[in-house]
Design a binder for this molecule. Structure first.
Ligand code: SF4
Ligand code: MG
Length: 327
């Protein structure tokens, strides 16, 4: 496989004052291959959004800081780029889609203005050319009346339409990587499916890869090739999507999957797993899931397990699995 993104030993900490440090992302390593859709899942507070913001280098400093690690995009180290070089990467090589498009679209400019500006800035197009390209992109993302939409303002569109516009803007620069953070969470269920399909279509058409951040295991099942499960700022399980669902290993992942009554589940609150993700400045010495784990052993309270490959391409961080092939 062709490696696109390689994150190694990433630590993103937040200084909370009085010497307290929140280890929001704590030694995270993973990679994304070309053409692959990788889902990053977990409850709120598990560190998944901070991971994606770290890749974009959009961590607010202070109080946040990437204190250690490496993030390489096709071999190029992003953490040592200048701010200007990083702005170029964000426009050209990495596209972003967030949960609420209303906040990412500027309310005072028309849809057309915003796409045209992005194309002029990043693709160095002239205005006329950018305008024509904008119409074309709006058609690609499913607006049959692109000539009308282009003159409208964000508030004139529905949530699903705004998300289509965001996808058009993100794809306008033909990014190698599309980072989508809860892209369908704010949308109606029927619109969610359309937007997911559109993302996958776009990925295929433009040959990009996707890092999809979600708490919705239904979405994961539908679009991901590989899954990373995060808990307490660390990856606790990593597997191809089929293995994650059918050969689930980590007690946390098992609990997550048990909460799915149907394809459309909210993981923001896990009623079936008592307790919550510990705050990132109060992680225990041992396993971070110990307080909520039904299998907790004495060792778990003393030692945080390592993430280890337990079977081919399937990694798990849990003392129950320390021998290869263990349980
Ligand atoms: Fe549970 Fe122990 Fe495994 Fe942590 S290491 S998930 S507490 S069994
Ligand atoms: Mg989030």
């Amino acid at each position: 496989e062709d490696l696109l993104l390689e994150v190694k030993g990433l630590k993103t900490y937040f200084k909370l004052g009085k010497g307290k440090v929140a280890k929001a992302v704590d030694n995270v390593s993973f990679s994304i291959n070309k053409g692959e859709t990788v889902a990053l899942v977990g409850e709120s507070g598990s560190g998944k959004s901070i991971t994606s913001l770290s890749i974009m280098r959009l961590i607010p400093k202070p109080p946040g800081e990437i204190v250690e690690g490496s993030i390489r995009l096709e071999g190029k180290e992003l953490l040592t780029l200048s701010e200007n070089e990083m702005t170029e990467v964000r426009g050209n090589e990495i596209g972003m889609i967030f949960q609420e498009p209303m906040t990412s679209l500027d309310p005072v400019f028309t849809i057309g203005n915003q796409i045209v500006e992005s194309l002029m800035k990043h693709q160095k197009m002239k205005k006329r050319e950018a305008y024509e390209k904008a119409i074309e992109l709006l058609k690609v993302v499913g607006f049959s009346r692109a000539e009308v939409i282009i003159n409208e303002y964000p508030h004139q569109l529905s949530g699903g339409m705004r998300q289509r516009v965001m996808i058009a803007i993100a794809m306008s620069n033909n990014p190698k990587l599309l980072i989508a953070d809860e892209p369908t969470t704010a949308l109606d269920v029927t619109v969610q499916a359309q937007i997911l399909n559109l993302m996958v279509d776009m990925k295929e058409q433009f040959g990009s890869s996707i890092l999809l951040i979600t708490h919705d295991m239904g979405v994961v099942a539908e679009v991901a090739n590989r899954v990373l499960v995060m808990y307490g700022g660390q990856i606790v399980e990593e597997a191809p999507v089929k293995d994650l669902f059918l050969k689930t290993k980590h007690p946390y992942t098992k609990a997550l999957l048990k909460t799915i009554p149907s394809i459309d589940v909210e993981l923001e609150r896990l009623d079936s797993i008592p307790g919550m993700v510990p705050p990132a400045h109060l992680f225990p010495t041992g396993c971070r899931f110990a307080e909520r784990c039904v299998h907790v052993m004495a060792k778990c309270r003393e030692e945080n397990p390592e993430l280890m490959e337990n079977s081919p391409n399937h990694k798990v961080r849990c003392h129950l699995y320390e021998q290869v092939g263990g349980i």
